[in-house]
Design a protein around this ligand. Structure first.
Ligand code: APR
Ligand code: PHB
Length: 395
């Protein structure tokens, strides 16, 4: 079978936020790469995900020359609210992190900015690829084959980046006896609604109620994102918009729910809560990044931010290699990335265990959960630790 052969330095599999951010950073620094994406650009931009960005991530977007719209339209948030027992508590991120903040800016907008930045540089992402196969990843001459339309292609490269998400092919290309997978599945999902309505509060509100968790989040002053914890077996079709709004109101304290403006959903989906890590994050000339290597439950919005820290380490390792001939960053990428990944795994797990309802569990654990909340609200030390994680651990 004949294949067209292309040559590049780095072949990136996956055109989601991880793959695009790395490609943009490499392109800006004159390091040639090719991105292969299974879906169309419209499809990638149709996936609604979280919307809180750590300051370190924001810095990386600026370095990639695509932070202008984020800085103009994203909202800087200095804190958020937690509702518990009918009362509201403010988490002062700026005060307890020593001056840091987060930016509320949707993942869709950020991904769009990355695509637009590629357009400005004249770099084309290859969409609608099929049958992507990684070859010879243990050798110094790895290559990737794929089909696009009616043609077969081969990319000869020096390194392969697996940024193809949880269901991608890259992780599966590492032999099973080399890879260890760690997983925890939570007994609930998050039912989310996007609505063209003014947010209920100027800051995010995380809610721990007797009926389960809820979150009031923000995309802009005219676009809101709300979530409620639902049992694992629930389907989107089980929830009309009215049923969603009614349940959300029941979980909010009266002083919040009285301000809730409801409207038709423009998107509605359920995300299952799951923690997952694959180790190691590299094998031969293949490096995994983002959801391809690890996922977290949505609580605390660490998923996208942890993907960004992988890219930070990979980008710097690649710069060291291509600009100074130093491959030590690449050699130590997996252990360096995993150290931060596990800290964010712990934080996401802890925040999920703190705020959700676990029907049917031992009442002793419910008591502990309430004591943990009490401790958080009454201890400066606990709030400092919380803020340190939420604004983003150092890279
Ligand atoms: N070949 C090419 N592309 C693929 C393949 C494949 N075989 N399999 C999957 N992809 C593409 C998907 O279509 C998707 O666009 O890889 C991309 C992976 O993107 P994401 O799943 O968004 O993962 P990532 O870029 O690591 O983003 C980090 O953080 O907030 C979380 O889960 C959230 O998407 C977010 C993630
Ligand atoms: C979101 O806006 O989608 C969001 C915000 C904060 C979270 C999780 C999700 O902790």
């Amino acid at each position: 079978m004949s294949r067209s052969v292309k040559k590049t330095k780095v072949c990136i599999i996956g055109g989601g936020p991880s793959g695009l951010l790395l490609s943009q950073l490499l392109n800006v620094n004159g390091i040639e790469c090719i991105v292969l994406e299974k879906e169309t650009r419209e499809y990638v931009l149709g996936r609604i995900r979280a919307g809180v960005i750590e300051h370190g991530y924001a810095k990386l977007m600026r370095e990639a020359k695509c932070g202008d719209r984020m800085d103009k339209e994203g909202e800087i948030h200095e804190g958020f609210q937690i509702a518990f027992d009918g009362k509201l508590y403010r988490m002062d991120l700026k005060k307890y992190s020593g001056g840091e903040t987060v930016i509320v800016y949707g993942q869709v907008e950020l991904t769009k900015d990355l695509y637009d930045a590629h357009d400005r540089l004249g770099v084309k992402i290859i969409h609608k690829v099929e049958n992507v196969v990684l070859h010879d990843i243990k050798s110094t001459a790895p290559f990737v084959t794929y089909r696009c339309g009616d043609e077969d292609f081969q990319i000869d490269c020096e390194y392969i980046i697996g940024a193809d998400g949880f269901h991608g092919v890259s992780r599966k290309s590492i032999p099973a006896d080399v890879l260890t997978e760690y997983e925890k599945v939570y007994p609930f999902g998050w039912l989310g609604i996007l609505s063209r309505t003014k947010p209920v509060s100027p800051e995010l509100v995380y809610v721990k109620s007797e009926r389960g968790f809820a979150l009031c989040s923000i995309r802009s002053q005219v676009l809101s994102r709300y979530y409620i914890q639902v049992p694992m077996a629930d389907k989107v079709e089980d929830w009309s918009d009215d049923a969603f709004w009614d349940e959300l109101k029941r979980r909010l304290p009266a002083e919040v729910s009285k301000n809730l403006i409801t409207g038709p959903s423009i998107e509605k989906s359920i995300a299952q809560a799951r923690s997952f890590v694959a180790e190691p994050m590299s094998y031969g000339r293949l490096f995994l990044a983002g959801d391809a290597a690890h996922i977290v439950p949505p609580t605390g919005a660490r998923g996208l931010n942890t993907a960004a820290s992988d890219i930070y380490y990979l980008y710097h390792a690649m710069l060291d290699y291509y600009k100074k001939g130093d491959s030590s960053g690449l050699q130590h990428y997996s252990e360096k990335a995993l150290a931060r990944v596990w800290k964010n795994q712990r934080f996401s797990w802890w925040m999920s265990m703190l705020l959700h309802g676990f029907p049917g569990r031992n009442q002793y654990e419910d008591k502990l959960q309430n004591a943990e909340m009490d401790y958080l609200f009454s201890s400066d030390v606990a709030q400092r630790s919380f803020a340190e994680h939420y604004v983003g651990l150092p890279y």
